[in-house]
Design a protein around this ligand. Structure first.
Ligand SMILES: Cc1cc2nc3c(=O)[nH]c(=O)nc-3n(C[C@H](O)[C@H](O)[C@H](O)COP(=O)(O)OP(=O)(O)OC[C@H]3O[C@@H](n4cnc5c(N)ncnc54)[C@H](O)[C@@H]3O)c2cc1C
Length: 380
């Protein structure tokens, strides 16, 4: 049986980064994935992911996202390819909603620099967008987007260059941990290692069944719309955008290539019991919600779409990630339930998991993501 220092189950967003950090530190790593590298069956595909520091979800994420910025910069330098486009983010919402007060809480607690925009400021500075009356905006200059598949592939390419063995189209069917080490059985073979890192995305509940976490899988649609005007192009200064509206939260990216302007809904989403139940088509009502956002708030867009992709959010009950050592096995650590906002952290969570696997602890600020918080388990 082939033996390694560490095995990573799932080499998507976070697992690719964990494999990279482990290999870079000189460990013998095996990364296993049930699909091919950079595939579109999980949660890390669809061209782009937003990255921002003024974190409306909770100010606790800010120190971690600052570390993530450094880590993406380091990855870019090593791979010599641009992955992170700092083109700014316009956020629009009611002054007493969830988004604007949440952003301002992080700004104030962590002394971040943003521009506060009145309704008029939004109209004058960003004429391509329309916001409901009485809404305000925030512009975060240092925010932007990551090229999601390219980030995953960069981590995997460098992991391999640092000596990691990466196997694809090989599903893990069972793992066992004892005080002496771990064994992993796949559809093809059996492997052993000193440490196990589980980063199985939407399959986390299945792969980490003994943990008993309560995770929900939500189906999310990405739609690329036709823009007849050049106003929505990145080169013309169109930023990423996020709107909190009475009907839900919607976001999008400027046109970066022939594919058009990508728009999606952050709120809502149909729940499925298992990733195998994911259907590729968009329902009429989901399509209508996106079309309504586009025609109401994004002036230069038509509602003709050029492309569509389906993706999954894996939600924890409190919508914060779980990143920790397994409570029953000192040699197993995991990241799960990235709740629709985890990609920007993928690189740094990979580093944190490499720390947990090799040193049992990390100095990275992930304490608030521990597995022992109340309400995370089916039995809670
Ligand atoms: C539509 C959409 C938009 C998003 N927008 C943003 C955004 O703007 N900003 C942001 O920060 N985040 C965003 N997110 C969230 C972010 O993309 C995810 O949180 C993140 O990509 C999840 O990474 P992961 O490694 O947990 O999962 P994945 O990348 O899906 O990786 C899990 C991997 O495990 C593998 N696997 C599972 N089970 C097994 C098994 N038994 N054997 C072998 N391999 C296995 C899978 O094949 C997969 O490759 C978005 C998510 C979606 C779906």
């Amino acid at each position: 049986m082939a033996t390694y220092d560490a095995i990573v189950i799932g080499t998507g967003g976070v697992g690719s980064a964990a494999a990279y950090h482990l290999a870079r530190r000189g460990h013998r790593v095996l990364g296993l994935d049930r699909f091919s590298h950079g595939h579109d069956q999980g949660s890390s595909h669809g061209q782009t992911r937003m990255i921002r520091q003024a974190y409306f979800e909770h100010p606790d994420y800010v120190p971690l996202v600052k570390e993530a910025y450094k880590s993406w910069d380091a990855l870019e330098s090593e791979i010599r390819t641009k992955l992170f486009h700092r083109i700014g983010l316009l956020e629009v919402g009611p002054p007493d909603g969830v988004l604007i007060p949440g952003v301002l809480a992080s700004v104030e607690k962590h002394n971040l620099t943003v521009d506060r925009l009145s309704e008029n400021d939004i109209r004058n500075r960003f004429p391509m967008f329309r916001s409901p009356s009485g809404y305000v905006g925030i512009f975060e200059n240092d925010a932007g987007y990551l090229l999601v598949e390219q980030c995953v592939l960069a981590h995997l390419q460098l992991a391999q260059q640092h000596g990691a063995e990466l196997l694809t189209d090989e599903k893990v069917v069972e793992w066992n941990a004892t005080s002496r080490g771990i064994t992993v059985r796949t559809t093809r073979a059996e492997y052993s290692a000193g440490q196990l890192v589980v980063t199985a995305g939407a399959w986390s509940e299945e792969v980490l069944a003994s943990l008993g976490t309560s995770l929900r899988i939500l189906v999310k649609h990405l739609q690329w719309y036709v823009s007849p005007s050049s106003e929505m192009q990145q080169q013309r200064g169109c930023p990423t955008f996020f709107f909190e509206l009475p009907e839900g939260c919607f976001y999008g990216f400027p046109q970066i290539d022939h594919r058009g302007v990508k728009v999606a809904e952050h709120s809502g989403g149909v729940e499925i019991s298992h990733p195998s139940r994911l259907e590729q088509r968009i329902s009429q009502s989901d399509q209508q919600r996106l079309d309504n956002f586009v025609s109401g708030c994004v002036a230069p867009l038509t509602t003709r779409s050029l492309d569509h992709k389906v993706c999954m959010y894996t939600m924890t009950p409190d919508e914060h990630f779980i990143v920790d050592r397994h409570p029953d096995h000192h040699n197993v650590c995991f990241a799960a339930g990235l709740s629709g906002h985890g990609f920007k952290f993928a690189c740094i969570l990979g580093a944190a998991l490499a720390d947990l696997a090799t040193q049992q602890t990390t100095e990275l600020p992930i304490d608030f993501l521990r597995a022992n918080r109340p309400g995370l388990y089916k039995t809670d």
